[in-house]
Design a protein around this ligand. Structure first.
Ligand SMILES: C[S@@+](CC[C@H](N)C(=O)[O-])C[C@H]1O[C@@H](n2cnc3c(N)ncnc32)[C@H](O)[C@@H]1O
Length: 422
Protein backbone atom coordinates (compact mmCIF):
# COMPACT_ATOMS: atom_id res chain seq x y z
CA UNK A 1 0.00 0.00 0.00
CA UNK A 2 1.24 3.46 -0.81
CA UNK A 3 1.66 6.60 1.28
CA UNK A 4 -1.34 8.88 1.62
CA UNK A 5 0.61 11.71 -0.07
CA UNK A 6 -0.44 10.18 -3.42
CA UNK A 7 -2.96 12.49 -5.12
CA UNK A 8 -6.46 11.12 -4.40
CA UNK A 9 -7.76 9.09 -7.33
CA UNK A 10 -11.46 8.45 -7.91
CA UNK A 11 -13.31 9.39 -4.74
CA UNK A 12 -15.70 6.78 -3.40
CA UNK A 13 -19.12 7.46 -4.89
CA UNK A 14 -22.35 7.27 -2.87
CA UNK A 15 -24.26 3.99 -3.10
CA UNK A 16 -27.48 4.15 -5.11
CA UNK A 17 -30.57 4.29 -2.92
CA UNK A 18 -32.61 1.15 -2.59
CA UNK A 19 -36.18 1.56 -3.86
CA UNK A 20 -38.83 1.67 -1.17
CA UNK A 21 -41.24 -1.13 -2.08
CA UNK A 22 -44.50 -1.71 -0.18
CA UNK A 23 -44.92 -5.17 1.37
CA UNK A 24 -48.05 -5.75 -0.72
CA UNK A 25 -45.98 -5.63 -3.93
CA UNK A 26 -43.57 -8.28 -2.63
CA UNK A 27 -46.49 -10.45 -1.55
CA UNK A 28 -48.13 -10.14 -4.95
CA UNK A 29 -44.88 -10.94 -6.79
CA UNK A 30 -44.41 -14.05 -4.65
CA UNK A 31 -47.44 -15.53 -6.43
CA UNK A 32 -45.81 -15.29 -9.85
CA UNK A 33 -44.88 -18.52 -11.64
CA UNK A 34 -41.14 -19.13 -12.24
CA UNK A 35 -41.48 -18.07 -15.87
CA UNK A 36 -44.20 -15.40 -15.87
CA UNK A 37 -45.96 -14.55 -19.11
CA UNK A 38 -47.18 -11.06 -20.10
CA UNK A 39 -50.65 -11.76 -18.63
CA UNK A 40 -49.18 -12.71 -15.24
CA UNK A 41 -47.25 -9.45 -15.16
CA UNK A 42 -50.23 -7.35 -16.30
CA UNK A 43 -52.45 -8.95 -13.66
CA UNK A 44 -49.84 -8.21 -11.02
CA UNK A 45 -49.54 -4.55 -12.02
CA UNK A 46 -53.30 -4.13 -12.04
CA UNK A 47 -53.37 -5.09 -8.35
CA UNK A 48 -50.96 -2.26 -7.41
CA UNK A 49 -51.46 0.40 -10.12
CA UNK A 50 -49.74 3.21 -8.21
CA UNK A 51 -46.32 1.58 -8.07
CA UNK A 52 -43.83 2.99 -10.60
CA UNK A 53 -42.88 0.72 -13.49
CA UNK A 54 -39.20 0.60 -12.52
CA UNK A 55 -40.23 -0.49 -9.03
CA UNK A 56 -42.32 -3.30 -10.46
CA UNK A 57 -39.43 -4.39 -12.60
CA UNK A 58 -37.25 -4.38 -9.48
CA UNK A 59 -39.71 -6.46 -7.41
CA UNK A 60 -40.29 -8.99 -10.18
CA UNK A 61 -36.55 -9.34 -10.95
CA UNK A 62 -35.62 -9.76 -7.30
CA UNK A 63 -38.41 -12.28 -6.70
CA UNK A 64 -37.36 -14.45 -9.64
CA UNK A 65 -33.62 -14.09 -8.93
CA UNK A 66 -34.09 -15.06 -5.28
CA UNK A 67 -35.91 -18.22 -6.31
CA UNK A 68 -33.15 -19.08 -8.75
CA UNK A 69 -30.51 -18.37 -6.11
CA UNK A 70 -31.92 -20.74 -3.49
CA UNK A 71 -29.91 -23.73 -4.70
CA UNK A 72 -26.64 -21.81 -4.42
CA UNK A 73 -27.37 -19.53 -1.46
CA UNK A 74 -30.04 -21.47 0.48
CA UNK A 75 -32.98 -19.81 2.26
CA UNK A 76 -30.77 -16.73 2.88
CA UNK A 77 -31.41 -15.83 -0.78
CA UNK A 78 -34.91 -14.64 0.21
CA UNK A 79 -33.35 -11.83 2.31
CA UNK A 80 -30.72 -10.79 -0.21
CA UNK A 81 -30.53 -8.30 -3.06
CA UNK A 82 -29.23 -9.96 -6.17
CA UNK A 83 -28.13 -9.23 -9.70
CA UNK A 84 -27.98 -11.90 -12.39
CA UNK A 85 -24.23 -11.31 -12.93
CA UNK A 86 -23.56 -11.10 -9.21
CA UNK A 87 -25.32 -14.39 -8.57
CA UNK A 88 -23.45 -16.11 -11.39
CA UNK A 89 -20.09 -14.87 -10.10
CA UNK A 90 -20.72 -15.23 -6.36
CA UNK A 91 -18.65 -17.77 -4.42
CA UNK A 92 -20.22 -20.91 -3.00
CA UNK A 93 -20.96 -19.75 0.56
CA UNK A 94 -19.51 -22.87 2.24
CA UNK A 95 -16.24 -22.40 0.35
CA UNK A 96 -16.17 -18.73 1.32
CA UNK A 97 -16.86 -19.55 4.97
CA UNK A 98 -14.05 -22.12 4.98
CA UNK A 99 -11.64 -19.56 3.49
CA UNK A 100 -12.36 -16.83 6.05
CA UNK A 101 -12.56 -19.26 8.97
CA UNK A 102 -9.01 -20.27 8.11
CA UNK A 103 -7.88 -16.64 7.99
CA UNK A 104 -9.58 -15.90 11.32
CA UNK A 105 -7.87 -18.93 12.88
CA UNK A 106 -4.56 -17.61 11.59
CA UNK A 107 -5.20 -14.46 13.64
CA UNK A 108 -6.35 -12.06 10.93
CA UNK A 109 -9.08 -9.74 12.15
CA UNK A 110 -9.89 -7.59 9.13
CA UNK A 111 -10.24 -8.06 5.41
CA UNK A 112 -10.39 -5.75 2.41
CA UNK A 113 -12.53 -7.44 -0.25
CA UNK A 114 -11.46 -5.73 -3.48
CA UNK A 115 -14.26 -6.23 -6.00
CA UNK A 116 -16.94 -7.66 -3.72
CA UNK A 117 -19.78 -8.10 -6.24
CA UNK A 118 -23.06 -8.72 -4.35
CA UNK A 119 -21.00 -9.55 -1.26
CA UNK A 120 -21.26 -13.29 -0.66
CA UNK A 121 -17.58 -13.55 0.29
CA UNK A 122 -17.83 -10.35 2.30
CA UNK A 123 -20.85 -11.70 4.23
CA UNK A 124 -19.03 -14.99 4.89
CA UNK A 125 -15.99 -13.05 6.20
CA UNK A 126 -18.18 -10.89 8.44
CA UNK A 127 -19.95 -13.96 9.82
CA UNK A 128 -16.57 -15.51 10.60
CA UNK A 129 -15.68 -12.54 12.80
CA UNK A 130 -13.56 -10.44 10.45
CA UNK A 131 -14.08 -6.70 10.12
CA UNK A 132 -14.88 -6.12 6.44
CA UNK A 133 -14.36 -3.28 4.03
CA UNK A 134 -15.83 -4.37 0.71
CA UNK A 135 -15.03 -2.30 -2.37
CA UNK A 136 -17.07 -2.47 -5.55
CA UNK A 137 -17.15 -0.17 -8.55
CA UNK A 138 -20.53 -1.20 -9.92
CA UNK A 139 -23.31 0.80 -8.24
CA UNK A 140 -26.02 -1.87 -8.29
CA UNK A 141 -23.63 -4.57 -7.05
CA UNK A 142 -22.33 -2.24 -4.30
CA UNK A 143 -25.89 -1.43 -3.19
CA UNK A 144 -26.68 -5.18 -3.13
CA UNK A 145 -23.53 -5.95 -1.13
CA UNK A 146 -24.41 -3.30 1.46
CA UNK A 147 -27.92 -4.71 1.80
CA UNK A 148 -26.63 -8.28 2.01
CA UNK A 149 -24.04 -7.48 4.67
CA UNK A 150 -26.72 -5.77 6.76
CA UNK A 151 -29.14 -8.68 6.26
CA UNK A 152 -26.72 -11.57 6.80
CA UNK A 153 -24.25 -10.14 9.31
CA UNK A 154 -26.19 -7.30 10.98
CA UNK A 155 -23.87 -6.83 13.96
CA UNK A 156 -20.56 -7.19 12.16
CA UNK A 157 -18.26 -4.21 11.58
CA UNK A 158 -18.65 -4.12 7.81
CA UNK A 159 -19.01 -1.41 5.19
CA UNK A 160 -19.15 -1.15 1.43
CA UNK A 161 -17.20 1.46 -0.52
CA UNK A 162 -18.19 2.22 -4.09
CA UNK A 163 -14.92 2.93 -5.85
CA UNK A 164 -12.31 1.55 -8.18
CA UNK A 165 -10.63 -0.90 -5.80
CA UNK A 166 -7.19 -0.50 -7.40
CA UNK A 167 -7.23 3.24 -6.92
CA UNK A 168 -8.87 3.02 -3.51
CA UNK A 169 -6.44 0.49 -2.05
CA UNK A 170 -3.45 2.54 -3.15
CA UNK A 171 -4.58 5.22 -0.69
CA UNK A 172 -4.95 2.90 2.30
CA UNK A 173 -2.32 2.81 4.99
CA UNK A 174 -3.64 -0.06 7.08
CA UNK A 175 -1.27 -2.90 6.26
CA UNK A 176 -2.80 -5.17 8.93
CA UNK A 177 -5.73 -6.30 6.86
CA UNK A 178 -5.69 -9.37 4.71
CA UNK A 179 -6.67 -8.59 1.13
CA UNK A 180 -9.10 -10.81 -0.74
CA UNK A 181 -9.60 -10.58 -4.48
CA UNK A 182 -12.09 -12.42 -6.63
CA UNK A 183 -11.53 -10.77 -10.01
CA UNK A 184 -14.39 -10.54 -12.51
CA UNK A 185 -13.88 -13.19 -15.16
CA UNK A 186 -16.99 -12.66 -17.24
CA UNK A 187 -17.73 -10.24 -20.02
CA UNK A 188 -20.47 -9.10 -22.32
CA UNK A 189 -23.98 -10.35 -22.60
CA UNK A 190 -25.46 -13.01 -24.80
CA UNK A 191 -29.01 -12.48 -25.99
CA UNK A 192 -30.26 -14.71 -23.18
CA UNK A 193 -28.70 -12.37 -20.61
CA UNK A 194 -25.80 -14.64 -19.69
CA UNK A 195 -22.14 -13.64 -19.86
CA UNK A 196 -19.14 -15.44 -21.27
CA UNK A 197 -16.02 -16.47 -19.39
CA UNK A 198 -12.78 -14.61 -19.94
CA UNK A 199 -9.91 -17.11 -19.99
CA UNK A 200 -7.00 -14.71 -20.36
CA UNK A 201 -5.87 -13.52 -16.89
CA UNK A 202 -4.76 -10.21 -18.41
CA UNK A 203 -8.46 -9.56 -19.17
CA UNK A 204 -9.72 -10.23 -15.64
CA UNK A 205 -11.01 -7.27 -13.66
CA UNK A 206 -8.75 -6.25 -11.97
CA UNK A 207 -6.27 -7.71 -14.47
CA UNK A 208 -3.76 -10.36 -13.33
CA UNK A 209 -0.63 -8.19 -13.80
CA UNK A 210 -2.10 -5.65 -11.35
CA UNK A 211 -3.12 -8.41 -8.87
CA UNK A 212 0.29 -10.05 -9.02
CA UNK A 213 2.18 -6.79 -8.51
CA UNK A 214 -0.14 -5.89 -5.63
CA UNK A 215 0.23 -9.28 -3.91
CA UNK A 216 4.03 -9.18 -4.20
CA UNK A 217 3.87 -5.90 -2.31
CA UNK A 218 1.22 -7.11 0.13
CA UNK A 219 1.73 -10.89 0.56
CA UNK A 220 -1.21 -11.20 2.99
CA UNK A 221 -3.43 -11.74 -0.05
CA UNK A 222 -5.79 -14.51 -1.12
CA UNK A 223 -7.01 -14.58 -4.71
CA UNK A 224 -9.87 -16.69 -6.01
CA UNK A 225 -9.33 -17.70 -9.64
CA UNK A 226 -10.92 -19.92 -12.26
CA UNK A 227 -10.12 -23.59 -11.66
CA UNK A 228 -8.67 -23.87 -15.15
CA UNK A 229 -5.71 -21.75 -14.01
CA UNK A 230 -2.22 -22.76 -15.05
CA UNK A 231 -0.13 -23.62 -11.94
CA UNK A 232 2.78 -21.76 -13.49
CA UNK A 233 0.88 -18.47 -13.29
CA UNK A 234 2.38 -18.15 -9.79
CA UNK A 235 5.66 -19.23 -8.23
CA UNK A 236 6.15 -22.06 -5.72
CA UNK A 237 5.99 -19.58 -2.83
CA UNK A 238 2.26 -19.24 -3.52
CA UNK A 239 0.05 -22.18 -2.50
CA UNK A 240 -2.63 -23.12 -5.02
CA UNK A 241 -5.72 -25.01 -3.87
CA UNK A 242 -8.32 -26.47 -6.25
CA UNK A 243 -11.71 -26.92 -4.59
CA UNK A 244 -14.70 -29.07 -5.41
CA UNK A 245 -18.04 -29.39 -3.64
CA UNK A 246 -19.84 -32.69 -4.05
CA UNK A 247 -17.71 -33.55 -7.08
CA UNK A 248 -18.21 -30.17 -8.82
CA UNK A 249 -15.06 -28.15 -9.35
CA UNK A 250 -15.89 -24.64 -8.15
CA UNK A 251 -12.72 -22.54 -7.85
CA UNK A 252 -9.00 -22.39 -7.23
CA UNK A 253 -7.46 -20.19 -4.54
CA UNK A 254 -4.02 -18.61 -4.45
CA UNK A 255 -2.63 -18.19 -0.93
CA UNK A 256 0.26 -15.74 -1.02
CA UNK A 257 3.18 -16.27 1.41
CA UNK A 258 1.92 -14.30 4.44
CA UNK A 259 -1.34 -16.27 4.57
CA UNK A 260 -0.45 -19.68 3.13
CA UNK A 261 -0.10 -21.08 6.64
CA UNK A 262 1.82 -24.24 5.77
CA UNK A 263 -0.25 -25.10 2.74
CA UNK A 264 1.68 -27.14 0.18
CA UNK A 265 2.37 -25.61 -3.22
CA UNK A 266 -0.38 -27.67 -4.89
CA UNK A 267 -3.42 -29.26 -3.31
CA UNK A 268 -6.91 -30.50 -4.04
CA UNK A 269 -9.66 -29.98 -1.47
CA UNK A 270 -12.82 -32.06 -1.78
CA UNK A 271 -15.71 -30.67 0.25
CA UNK A 272 -18.82 -32.67 1.08
CA UNK A 273 -21.98 -30.61 0.55
CA UNK A 274 -24.32 -30.09 3.48
CA UNK A 275 -28.03 -29.24 3.62
CA UNK A 276 -27.14 -25.60 4.41
CA UNK A 277 -25.02 -24.03 1.63
CA UNK A 278 -23.34 -21.75 4.24
CA UNK A 279 -22.03 -24.65 6.34
CA UNK A 280 -18.83 -26.29 5.11
CA UNK A 281 -19.05 -30.06 5.25
CA UNK A 282 -16.17 -32.40 6.02
CA UNK A 283 -13.31 -32.14 3.56
CA UNK A 284 -10.40 -34.23 2.42
CA UNK A 285 -7.19 -32.81 1.08
CA UNK A 286 -4.61 -34.25 -1.26
CA UNK A 287 -1.26 -32.73 -2.01
CA UNK A 288 1.85 -33.83 -3.79
CA UNK A 289 4.34 -32.96 -6.46
CA UNK A 290 2.22 -33.67 -9.53
CA UNK A 291 4.25 -36.62 -10.84
CA UNK A 292 2.37 -38.62 -13.49
CA UNK A 293 0.54 -41.78 -12.41
CA UNK A 294 2.29 -45.09 -13.07
CA UNK A 295 0.42 -47.38 -15.49
CA UNK A 296 -1.07 -50.51 -13.90
CA UNK A 297 -2.78 -53.61 -15.29
CA UNK A 298 -6.56 -53.45 -15.26
CA UNK A 299 -7.77 -54.39 -11.77
CA UNK A 300 -11.15 -55.00 -10.15
CA UNK A 301 -12.23 -51.38 -10.00
CA UNK A 302 -11.97 -48.13 -11.92
CA UNK A 303 -11.66 -44.79 -10.11
CA UNK A 304 -12.62 -41.61 -11.91
CA UNK A 305 -10.88 -39.00 -9.75
CA UNK A 306 -12.75 -35.94 -8.50
CA UNK A 307 -12.21 -32.99 -10.89
CA UNK A 308 -10.27 -31.10 -8.18
CA UNK A 309 -7.71 -33.95 -8.21
CA UNK A 310 -7.52 -33.91 -11.99
CA UNK A 311 -7.25 -30.12 -12.31
CA UNK A 312 -4.62 -29.89 -9.61
CA UNK A 313 -2.51 -32.40 -11.54
CA UNK A 314 -2.47 -34.77 -8.57
CA UNK A 315 -3.79 -37.95 -10.23
CA UNK A 316 -0.36 -39.57 -9.83
CA UNK A 317 -0.26 -38.66 -6.14
CA UNK A 318 -3.76 -40.09 -5.69
CA UNK A 319 -2.64 -43.29 -7.45
CA UNK A 320 0.19 -43.71 -4.95
CA UNK A 321 -2.12 -42.92 -2.04
CA UNK A 322 -4.78 -45.50 -2.98
CA UNK A 323 -2.40 -48.10 -4.37
CA UNK A 324 -3.60 -47.81 -7.97
CA UNK A 325 -2.24 -47.01 -11.40
CA UNK A 326 -3.50 -45.35 -14.53
CA UNK A 327 -5.19 -47.55 -17.16
CA UNK A 328 -2.86 -46.04 -19.78
CA UNK A 329 -0.20 -43.37 -20.02
CA UNK A 330 -1.72 -39.94 -19.36
CA UNK A 331 -5.29 -41.21 -18.79
CA UNK A 332 -6.99 -39.91 -15.66
CA UNK A 333 -8.70 -43.22 -14.81
CA UNK A 334 -7.12 -45.23 -12.03
CA UNK A 335 -7.47 -48.95 -11.56
CA UNK A 336 -6.53 -51.35 -8.79
CA UNK A 337 -7.34 -54.57 -6.96
CA UNK A 338 -6.95 -53.41 -3.38
CA UNK A 339 -9.60 -52.04 -1.02
CA UNK A 340 -12.08 -49.78 -2.80
CA UNK A 341 -10.88 -46.18 -2.27
CA UNK A 342 -13.82 -44.12 -0.99
CA UNK A 343 -14.14 -40.35 -1.18
CA UNK A 344 -11.78 -39.49 -4.05
CA UNK A 345 -14.23 -39.76 -6.94
CA UNK A 346 -16.55 -42.24 -8.59
CA UNK A 347 -15.51 -45.87 -8.29
CA UNK A 348 -17.02 -48.57 -10.51
CA UNK A 349 -16.50 -52.32 -10.55
CA UNK A 350 -15.06 -53.50 -13.86
CA UNK A 351 -17.32 -56.30 -15.12
CA UNK A 352 -15.91 -56.97 -18.56
CA UNK A 353 -13.59 -55.61 -21.23
CA UNK A 354 -15.32 -55.27 -24.59
CA UNK A 355 -14.00 -54.16 -27.97
CA UNK A 356 -14.17 -50.40 -28.65
CA UNK A 357 -15.01 -50.73 -32.36
CA UNK A 358 -18.67 -49.89 -32.80
CA UNK A 359 -19.63 -52.92 -34.92
CA UNK A 360 -17.98 -55.43 -32.59
CA UNK A 361 -19.24 -53.63 -29.49
CA UNK A 362 -22.81 -53.63 -30.82
CA UNK A 363 -22.65 -57.38 -31.44
CA UNK A 364 -21.20 -58.10 -27.98
CA UNK A 365 -23.79 -55.95 -26.21
CA UNK A 366 -26.60 -57.61 -28.18
CA UNK A 367 -25.22 -61.01 -27.18
CA UNK A 368 -25.18 -59.95 -23.53
CA UNK A 369 -28.70 -58.44 -23.79
CA UNK A 370 -27.47 -55.01 -22.73
CA UNK A 371 -28.47 -51.45 -23.67
CA UNK A 372 -25.93 -48.75 -22.69
CA UNK A 373 -27.75 -46.01 -20.82
CA UNK A 374 -24.56 -44.26 -19.71
CA UNK A 375 -21.37 -43.85 -21.74
CA UNK A 376 -18.39 -42.00 -20.32
CA UNK A 377 -15.24 -41.45 -22.27
CA UNK A 378 -11.68 -40.26 -21.69
CA UNK A 379 -8.67 -40.37 -23.97
CA UNK A 380 -10.67 -41.28 -27.10
CA UNK A 381 -12.00 -38.89 -29.66
CA UNK A 382 -15.63 -39.96 -29.77
CA UNK A 383 -19.07 -38.54 -29.17
CA UNK A 384 -20.90 -40.63 -26.53
CA UNK A 385 -24.36 -39.47 -27.71
CA UNK A 386 -23.66 -40.54 -31.22
CA UNK A 387 -22.16 -43.84 -30.13
CA UNK A 388 -25.22 -44.58 -28.00
CA UNK A 389 -27.42 -44.15 -31.08
CA UNK A 390 -25.37 -46.84 -32.84
CA UNK A 391 -25.58 -49.38 -30.00
CA UNK A 392 -28.55 -51.59 -28.99
CA UNK A 393 -31.60 -49.62 -27.87
CA UNK A 394 -33.17 -52.48 -25.94
CA UNK A 395 -31.99 -54.79 -23.19
CA UNK A 396 -30.94 -54.36 -19.57
CA UNK A 397 -29.42 -50.92 -18.76
CA UNK A 398 -25.62 -50.88 -18.66
CA UNK A 399 -22.80 -48.35 -18.16
CA UNK A 400 -19.77 -48.20 -20.47
CA UNK A 401 -16.45 -46.43 -20.06
CA UNK A 402 -14.71 -45.88 -23.38
CA UNK A 403 -11.01 -45.33 -22.78
CA UNK A 404 -7.52 -46.71 -23.33
CA UNK A 405 -5.97 -49.64 -21.53
CA UNK A 406 -2.23 -49.97 -22.13
CA UNK A 407 -2.58 -47.67 -25.13
CA UNK A 408 -5.43 -49.63 -26.80
CA UNK A 409 -9.02 -48.36 -27.10
CA UNK A 410 -11.47 -50.51 -25.10
CA UNK A 411 -15.03 -50.41 -23.82
CA UNK A 412 -15.19 -51.24 -20.12
CA UNK A 413 -18.49 -52.61 -18.93
CA UNK A 414 -18.83 -51.25 -15.40
CA UNK A 415 -21.11 -51.52 -12.42
CA UNK A 416 -21.44 -47.89 -11.40
CA UNK A 417 -20.93 -46.20 -8.11
CA UNK A 418 -19.23 -48.81 -6.00
CA UNK A 419 -18.10 -45.85 -3.89
CA UNK A 420 -19.58 -42.46 -4.75
CA UNK A 421 -17.44 -39.35 -4.59
CA UNK A 422 -16.67 -37.25 -1.56
C1 LIG B 1 -16.31 -12.24 -9.31
S1 LIG B 1 -17.12 -10.82 -8.74
C2 LIG B 1 -16.98 -10.94 -6.99
C3 LIG B 1 -17.92 -11.93 -6.37
C4 LIG B 1 -17.85 -11.97 -4.87
N1 LIG B 1 -16.60 -12.50 -4.39
C5 LIG B 1 -18.99 -12.77 -4.25
O1 LIG B 1 -18.76 -13.86 -3.74
O2 LIG B 1 -20.14 -12.28 -4.31
C6 LIG B 1 -15.97 -9.58 -9.17
C7 LIG B 1 -16.47 -8.15 -8.91
O3 LIG B 1 -15.34 -7.29 -8.97
C8 LIG B 1 -15.79 -6.03 -9.44
N2 LIG B 1 -14.60 -5.31 -9.90
C9 LIG B 1 -13.79 -5.62 -10.93
N3 LIG B 1 -12.78 -4.72 -11.03
C10 LIG B 1 -12.98 -3.83 -10.03
C11 LIG B 1 -12.27 -2.67 -9.61
N4 LIG B 1 -11.18 -2.25 -10.25
N5 LIG B 1 -12.77 -2.00 -8.57
C12 LIG B 1 -13.88 -2.39 -7.92
N6 LIG B 1 -14.59 -3.48 -8.27
C13 LIG B 1 -14.14 -4.19 -9.32
C14 LIG B 1 -16.77 -6.37 -10.51
O4 LIG B 1 -17.66 -5.29 -10.73
C15 LIG B 1 -17.46 -7.61 -9.91
O5 LIG B 1 -18.64 -7.23 -9.24
Amino acid sequence: MQPASEPPAARPAPLPAQPDIPAAAWEAAALLPDVPGPTDLQRLRARNPTLATEHWTFVVNQTLLRRRATTKLGPEAARMLLTADGLEQASRPAVAVRRFRDLHRQGWRSVLDLGCGIGVDAAAAAREGLAVVAVEQDGTAAMSAAHNLAALAPHAPARVVRADACEWVALQQDGDAVVYLDPGRRRGHHRDGTTRRVGDPAQWQPPWPWIEAFARDHPATVVKVAPGIDRDLVGRDVAVEWLSVGGNLVEADLWFPAVRNGRPARSAVLLTPTADPWTPGPSRTLHGDGEPAPVAPLGAWLLEPDPAVIRSGLVGDLAVRVGAGSTSDGIAYLTGDGPVPAGWGRVSRILDVLPARTKLLRARLRGLGLRPTEIRTRGLNLDPQRLRGELPGSGAPAALVMTRVAGEPVALLVDDDLAPGA
